[in-house]
Ligand binder design. Structure first.
Ligand code: ATP
Ligand code: MG
Length: 330
């Protein structure tokens, strides 16, 4: 089967997903898939072991795939593979790419600069984190992907990929397509506790896809909103959840109407939270039912991965043959 790899995206298996991960990362992927694209999705377990124990990461791989399938990723359209099934090829390509960059260039990459900002010296950063942009370049180039959808925070990393591809091509011939960066609308769902963004690592302010309905309800009841007539980032963010979490048009209108009444001074935050609870509970129920179905056949995930892994392996091997021919000659 010939497949023209256009879009590649990766996700680190580091824990259960939150509704913010769904809205910010999975939903845009579903939109691509449902618009007729055939994206490649890889589970980035080699990236995850930068700061998580390999044994733990291994356990999260299947969980993550189950989550994505239950959320609507269709393996007939989206090819899913595990990064480490081509670890030899990726590491080899990383080495070939690393010789085309310098330590100084890698030190200027934002993840490392952030470490310095946070008071750590670049020298004390995990060396695999330091290597991350090169590894990422290898992930993308080994599949000869043409388009990479990323959030704003990843744009600088992709620049390294583009630069390395250009340098390689200039030296050894046109092997790699230069990947285009397509930016997904950056969406930032806030923590329900009003302290920064919603993330897996601060569970009290996050709604996990695996939360029970009672847990989710409790978290929303305690969520920050806004005082009389005002709009706060917390309330805006809750409104985004209500409107984007697969709600009906009628519910979206109801939400807008409640906000109008709130701005007019009516006491409607209770009503607003009830609507949010209804929508979140329905979403979680659907997801959890679907997830059970996905896991009901214990071989289903294996089959999906086998198919995706085969494709990724073949494509990676093909690339490596081209790369080594170009570099070493025949
Ligand atoms: P961690 O606390 O481990 O960093 P996280 O919840 O921030 O976990 P990531 O693994 O960093 O999740 O990100 C996974 C994907 O989810 C990324 O594509 C990211 O853009 C998206 N994402 C994460 N947090 C949010 C958020 N608050 N709003 C929208 N999208 C988000
Ligand atoms: Mg994060």
């Amino acid at each position: 089967m010939e497949k023209n790899v256009n879009i590649l995206t990766g996700v680190r298996p580091t824990g259960s997903l939150t509704i913010a991960n769904y809205l910010g990362a999975v939903k845009p992927l579903l939109e691509l898939q449902n618009s007729g694209e055939e994206p490649l999705l890889f589970v980035a377990d080699l990236h995850a072991i930068t700061d998580y124990e390999p044994e733990q990461v291994k356990q999260y791989i299947r969980e993550l795939v189950a989550d994505y399938l239950a959320l609507g990723v269709d393996p007939e359209k989206t090819t899913i593979y595990v990064q480490s099934v081509i670890k030899g090829q990726i590491m080899t390509l990383s080495a070939y790419l690393a010789r085309l960059t310098t330590v100084a260039e890698l030190l200027r990459v934002p993840t490392i600069k952030d470490k310095i900002k946070h008071g750590q010296s670049a020298e004390s950063a995990n060396a695999l984190l330091f290597f991350y942009p090169v590894l990422m370049a290898a992930d993308i180039l080994i599949q000869r992907a043409k388009s990479i959808p990323v959030g704003e925070d990843q744009v600088a990393h992709l620049e390294t990929t583009r630069v390395l591809a250009e340098r390689f091509n200039k030296k050894y011939g046109e092997i790699f397509p230069i990947p285009k960066v397509t930016q997904v609308k950056s969406l930032r769902i806030l923590s329900l506790k009003g302290d920064g963004k919603m993330s897996k690592s601060s569970p009290e302010g996050a709604i996990f896809l695996t939360d029970t309905l009672e847990e989710a309800e409790k978290k929303i009841k305690r969520a920050q909103t806004a005082g009389d007539k005002e709009m706060t980032p917390s309330l805006e963010s809750l409104l985004l959840i209500v409107k984007m979490l697969d709600s009906t048009e009628e519910e979206q209108k109801r939400a807008d109407d409640i906000i109008v009444r709130h701005k007019n001074g009516e006491q409607v935050m209770g009503e607003f939270k009830d609507l949010a609870i209804e929508i979140v509970k329905r979403f979680l129920t659907r997801f959890q039912t679907k997830r059970k179905e996905v896991l009901a056949d214990p071989t289903y995930i294996d089959k999906v991965l086998e198919q995706g892994n085969d494709f990724a392996r073949k494509n990676a091997d093909e690339t490596m043959v081209m790369v080594e021919k170009a570099m070493y000659g025949n």
